[in-house]
Design a protein around this ligand. Structure first.
Ligand code: ZN
Ligand code: ZN
Length: 144
């Protein structure tokens, strides 16, 4: 029997772990539970940063809650407190799904319960748009 010892690196912020030290360093920088994260989704889009606020500013707009409290009325909080604030929260994040995700997670908001926010779908939209924009740029340069 052979025993192989391997080093695993665990994220300082979430539970993710991996074999690659460099990969983990990259993940930690972008981890949505890292309060000082660098947003790679925002970096994809030029011009976004202008009206984009920092994570702390976005989080400050999320109304406080007592989710840990037994009997906390989530539907009431969601409908009457969080939902009316969403346009403001989205504007502060320049609608970046990764920044919204990070702000919710760091504020201990159960993201799957936020029905008006669909991370996967919103990411798809952005990735498609970025791809189309790049394609357009290449077409202009290379006439393809
Ligand atoms: Zn992490
Ligand atoms: Zn972002």
């Amino acid at each position: 029997m052979k025993i192989k010892q391997v080093t695993r690196y665990t994220c300082d912020f979430c539970k993710k772990n991996m074999y690659s030290k460099r990969g983990m360093a990259r993940h930690e920088l972008r981890c949505t539970l890292n309060p000082n994260r660098k947003c790679s989704v925002c970096a994809l889009q030029e011009g976004w940063a202008e009206d984009h606020q920092g994570l702390a500013e976005i989080m400050a707009l999320i109304p406080p809650h007592d989710l840990m409290d037994f009997g906390f009325d989530w539907p009431n909080y969601y409908e009457n407190t969080l939902l009316p604030k969403m346009p403001e929260i989205r504007a502060a994040a320049a609608n970046c799904p990764a920044c919204l995700m990070a702000a919710f997670r760091l504020s201990k908001i159960p993201v799957p319960l936020v029905e008006c926010f669909n991370f996967t779908e919103e990411m798809q939209v952005i990735l498609h748009r970025v791809r189309d924009e790049r394609h357009e740029e290449y077409s202009l340069i290379f006439g393809a």
